[in-house]
Design a protein around this ligand. Structure first.
Ligand SMILES: Nc1nc2c(ncn2[C@@H]2O[C@H](COP(=O)(O)OP(=O)(O)OP(=O)(O)O)[C@@H](O)[C@H]2O)c(=O)[nH]1
Ligand SMILES: [Zn+2]
Length: 224
């Protein structure tokens, strides 16, 4: 199986693979099929619910272990499998468009890897073409793919930029994410007002002027 660069197979430990900006995966991450994973997780969720004292014979609860297992494997953690990586078609920049392109307010639904609670927010992406352009929707798809993993916001931001740099063949890519972490908003410190902003600026976006232009376009006035 082809392992993408975000699933670097340089071992950094005995039982997992990856480098700092990679999602830490075990070496046997792809040993089980999706249906085998669902069966196994279903039993685990059942165990958790029963340990909490819930009666799984109840009509409303009896399907929950299966629902949660399917949701983990196929939906909220569906971006753990490299087969799910969107193919990002690029085109020649025939129009000779030389300015920055900004795709803003991309919806982010991810999951905090510390508490497995939702991260909800917006991503804003910019790039300057080096000869190719990418289909607009592919940027939204790339965000969604990396968001569908247990994440920390810093890693998600870097992974999006690295992927687009590779697709577009240029360093000139930037991403800002502004998101709410339910682990901060709904439990623990329970601060409903706060959100987290992360950014990654590559190539020309490291210069003050270009970075400023991008930040002016997005204005960070996002409502969730
Ligand atoms: N840097 C970073 N931290 C995160 C992210 N998501 C959640 N966290 C933090 O991860 C930390 C985990 O800290 P712990 O002390 O192990 O967990 P905890 O006891 O539940 O902490 P509290 O949330 O403060 O109750 C918390 O401070 C979270 O706010 C993220 O995307 N990036
Ligand atoms: Zn959390």
């Amino acid at each position: 199986m082809k392992i993408d660069n975000d699933f670097n197979i340089d071992a950094i430990g005995d039982d997992h693979i990856g480098s700092a900006s990679d999602t830490p995966l075990r070496k046997d991450a792809f040993k089980l099929s999706n249906s085998e994973k669902i069966e196994s997780i279903k039993a685990d969720v059942q165990h958790i619910l029963e340990t909490l004292g819930l009666d799984l014979n109840d009509d409303s609860l009896k399907g929950t272990p299966n629902r949660v297992a399917k949701m983990f494997v196929n939906e909220i953690f569906g971006g753990l499998h490299p087969d799910k990586k969107p193919s990002a078609s690029t085109f020649e920049n025939k129009y000779k468009y030389g300015e920055m392109l900004v795709e803003k307010n991309i919806t982010v639904y991810s999951t905090c890897e510390h508490h497995l609670l939702p991260i909800v927010g917006k991503a804003h992406i910019a790039y300057i073409s080096n000869g190719s352009v990418v289909g607009l929707s592919k940027m939204n798809r790339i965000v969604d793919y990396y968001a569908k993993r247990p994440q920390v916001q810093e890693r998600l931001t870097i992974q999006i930029v690295k992927e687009l740099q590779e697709v577009l063949g240029t360093e000139d890519v930037a991403c800002v994410i502004d998101a709410k972490h339910l682990c901060v908003n709904s439990r623990g410190i329970r601060d409903v007002a706060s959100s987290t902003v992360t950014s990654e600026f590559g190539g020309k976006f490291k210069t003050k002027e270009t970075r400023r232009e991008f930040l002016d376009y997005i204005k960070l006035d996002t409502e969730f």
